[in-house]
Design a protein around this ligand. Structure first.
Ligand SMILES: C[S@@+](CC[C@H](N)C(=O)[O-])C[C@H]1O[C@@H](n2cnc3c(N)ncnc32)[C@H](O)[C@@H]1O
Length: 264
């Protein structure tokens, strides 16, 4: 009897294994035939490794940047070139009024860098750090490589610990989908800077629709994902906005796309 039960269990385990294998096979086949095909067709015409030949590298000698970057680098997916551009742009926004906001915080690296530079630049306004903390949302037809739920390997506490390490008291963390769930918790009416690092088309679009009327003239929206093959939805969204008369649109070869507001 025990032997029969043992054999029965083994047959059941084998059966479950086979079902999982077949499901995985069809998942992968679907991915390669449908998504990868679209991705391949699109990317064949639009992507190659960009290797600028310029070699001015101020991040090497900027001591406070290096100290801060040394602390945040294990908490960010943003490379040193984009981090340094954020660092420099925050200093520029000291000429403007309004709060700062990042949507797409993950473990807090880029948000902490922004908050640190804001203090060093004499900016007294708040930095809102917004994330679902359950990963990417609103992935859709324009986002070939995202399904939703990516980058959920973080917590609000992880970000708080990093902010404490840098002794930052100028931030407010908002947990949930922005803008739908958390924009009501924003008390500031004017913004000088917005960092969008949300990976997909619809989130980027909804955020810009919310921030644009609140952005000071001269204020900036920086899209972390503009120059990356994995985030074609964000590239598409920025390109759709390119010809609007109320903004300058910059493509930086480090991968950033940047809007600078020209008029209300
Ligand atoms: C690539 S990660 C951000 C990386 C981060 N800036 C860093 O320094 O590494 C993207 C994040 O965006 C968040 N996210 C995506 N769409 C969002 C939305 N509409 N509202 C809030 N968070 C969102 C995800 O939860 C994820 O943590």
């Amino acid at each position: 009897m025990a032997l029969l039960r043992f054999i029965g269990k083994k047959i059941m385990a084998l059966f479950i294994c086979m079902v999982n294998f077949v499901r995985r096979f069809f998942d992968l086949a679907g991915y390669y035939l449908v998504i990868r095909k679209k991705d391949r067709e699109y990317t064949a015409h639009h992507y190659e490794q960009a290797l600028p030949i310029a070699n001015y590298a101020p991040w090497l000698s900027d001591i406070s940047f290096r100290e801060t970057y040394g602390i945040i680098k294990d908490y960010t997916k943003v490379d040193i070139y984009r981090c340094y551009e954020l660092w420099q742009l925050i200093e520029q926004t000291a000429k403007l009024d309004g709060a700062l906001i990042e949507i797409g915080v993950w473990r807090g690296g880029s948000g902490a860098l922004i908050a640190k530079k804001a203090i060093l630049s004499g900016i007294k306004d708040k930095i809102y750090l917004c994330d679902t903390f359950t990963g990417v949302v609103k992935a859709g037809a324009h986002d070939f490589t995202y399904k939703g739920g990516e980058h959920a390997d973080t917590t609000k506490e992880t970000v708080e610990k990093l902010l404490d390490k840098l002794k930052l008291d100028n931030t407010k963390i908002l947990v949930g989908i922005f803008p739908e769930a958390t924009s009501k918790l924003v008390s500031d009416k004017t913004f000088r800077f917005c960092h969008v690092d949300v990976d997909v088309y619809q989130s980027a679009k909804d955020i810009v629709e919310w921030i644009w009327p609140r952005l000071a003239v001269g204020g900036m929206v920086v899209f972390d994902d503009y120059g990356f093959q994995g985030c074609v939805g964000v590239t598409r969204f920025v390109n759709e906005e390119r010809n609007k008369k109320d903004r300058l649109v910059i493509h930086n070869l480090n991968g950033h796309g940047i809007f600078i507001k020209l008029s209300d």
